[in-house]
Design a protein around this ligand. Structure first.
Ligand code: ADP
Length: 510
């Protein structure tokens, strides 16, 4: 744990659609929990405000209690709303529960309610809650398009009521989700939507000139926040150069920062992880071999080489095991993931994909691949979301594959490294900031994995071939890389200070 305590202490409230582990879909949930914990341990007061999704498992919340009942505006009505307080993984959380249909259903996203309107409601209900309870945090830290209307509501409405002190920081975790919103939809949260349909405010620049009806909550959030952060320095550069938000970001570049995500080392720790059959750390790595053996046996991979139950046969351990743990969406390089299955099998390795496909067509394609391979000796495709299994796979793997087309930061390569899995990644966004090629002679001290640039199969093959050759031909060097990646400090303890600097730079200014 970090012993750094900041001298100038703040109250920070995160407003977010996701929080790990109770409402996590992807990296957003991890980032919020990790950053909140690190800020708490530096001495700050931190709350996370989250919709009270029906799917949240209440037994994961400690000390849950109703703290206020109030009304919040939506579409001409005042909706009776409950606020609860609870503690999740040691972090104080406030749950906002409207009495209408919003946030009902078995999943975080994709319920039968109107998602855009639900998050517009939520953004206002958070401010309304601060207003009725008299909370005056120093920083309201909002995340992604879902909370993009909060900065507008704050500066154009609640500043004129009694909320005066807070300043707003927006983190953009993925620039491809714009939060498309029609003027009349924005009006449902009580703002005059037509006021925001200008290029300087929130008009969606892709439709400028022919559809001023369309707004982007993400753009509005950028314009109206005191500071905007994205999740890696390379992604910051990429987003200033291309994409339709580039000109808005350029215009606001003095308040735009790139802070590399960390990981929550309390949640991700191979030395204490309750999900692992054997624990390990850099000085005592044997447990990792056992984790690999358990996974191989448990999933029926390489079963033929197993002789006795308490002996780990070398032949099994020598087969390189590659894992890929990801949402199955085009961003993640689906064609390269499917190609890797083929190539790794040809190379005599094993590959496990753990992924969920929100799109039915993609799901169908991977189901077909699963049917084709899952009875065989070398490939498993697990189409589900499982936190437990993800921990076991990171621990069991020799390599973690991240062949993304673009990747704002990417956590799975960082988590993989913490568990001694060597990353094989495409050089883009945060992957380029965290993985450095073993064969790049210019900077051998930081070399920690295998990197390729192209989006074609040949580029991926080249990286996998080199990784497999290292693994098989230079076992001592390979063990050296494994130790090295475990010891890299990508923790929030190490990087939360950059966020604290951003918070300090906006405090007390408007
Ligand atoms: P993104 O935020 O784009 O989904 P990241 O790499 O930043 O990508 O974060 C992904 C996070 O979600 C990691 O913690 C990863 O382990 C986890 N994850 C993704 N898919 C699954 C799954 N099917 N089961 C369990 N965890 C998953």
């Amino acid at each position: 744990e970090s012993s750094v305590k900041d001298s100038d202490l703040m109250h920070i409230i995160h407003v977010t659609a996701e929080m790990a582990p109770i409402a996590k879909v992807g990296g957003l949930g991890d980032v919020v929990t990790g950053l909140a914990r690190a800020s708490l341990s530096r001495g700050h007061t931190v709350d996370i405000v989250l919709p009270f999704y029906e799917c949240i498992q209440k037994q994961q919340i400690n000390d849950l209690a109703l703290i206020s009942t109030y009304d919040s505006y939506h579409d001409g009505n005042w909706i009776p709303t409950n606020a609860y307080r609870g503690v999740v993984s040691g972090i104080p959380v406030i749950f906002i529960e409207p009495s209408n249909e919003f946030f009902k259903g078995q999943q975080v996203y994709g319920g039968s309610y109107n998602e855009l309107e639900a998050y517009l409601f939520f953004s206002r209900a958070c401010l309304e809650w601060m207003q009725v309870t008299g909370a005056q945090p120093d920083i309201i830290h909002v995340h992604e398009w879902q909370i993009g209307a909060l900065p507008l509501l704050y500066w154009d409405m609640y500043q004129y009521l009694s909320l005066k002190k807070p300043r707003i920081v927006l983190t953009i975790h993925n620039m491809e989700h714009y939060g498309e919103c029609r003027q009349e939809q924005l009006s449902k949260c009580g703002l005059d939507g037509s006021m925001y349909a200008t290029a300087e405010k929130a008009v969606d620049d892709r439709t400028i000139g022919h559809n001023p009806e369309r707004l982007s909550l993400l753009k509005g959030g950028i314009v109206y926040s005191n500071a905007v952060v994205t999740v890696s320095p390379t992604y910051l550069k990429e987003t200033l150069c291309s994409g339709w938000l580039a000109s808005t970001l350029m215009m606001h570049c003095d308040k735009y920062f790139g802070v590399l995500n960390g990981i929550d080392t309390a949640m991700w720790n191979p030395a204490t992880d309750v999900f692992l059959p054997a624990k390990f750390h850099a000085q005592k790595i044997e447990g990792k071999k056992l984790c690999k053996y358990y996974i191989q046996r448990g999933l029926g991979l390489a079963a033929k080489s197993i002789t006795s139950s308490n002996h780990v046969p070398d032949a099994t351990v020598k087969i390189p095991l590659v894992v890929c743990i990801t949402r199955l969406v085009p961003q993640k390089g689906l064609h390269l993931i499917t190609h890797a299955l083929k190539h790794i099998e040809e190379l005599g390795g094993q590959m496990i994909v753990l992924g969920k496909a929100p799109d039915g067509r993609v799901e169908g394609e991977f189901k077909r691949l699963a049917d084709m391979h899952n009875q065989g000796p070398s490939i498993r495709i697990l189409l589900m979301y499982s936190e437990e299994l993800s921990h076991m796979l990171y621990a069991a793997a020799d390599m973690v594959l991240v062949p993304s087309m673009y990747e704002p930061c990417g956590l799975s390569q960082i988590i993989g490294m913490r568990y001694g899995s060597v990353p094989v990644v495409r050089k883009t966004g945060g992957l380029a900031d965290t993985v450095f090629d073993m064969d790049d002679q210019s900077n051998p001290e930081i070399a920690n994995g295998f990197v390729f640039e192209g989006i074609d199969e040949g580029s991926l093959n080249w990286a996998l071939d080199r990784a497999f050759a290292y693994y098989r031909d230079k076992p001592d060097e390979w063990n050296g890389i494994v130790k090295k990646v475990i010891e890299i400090d990508n923790s929030w303890n190490n990087t939360a200070g950059k966020y604290i600097e951003v918070y300090n730079s906006v405090r007390g200014r408007s």
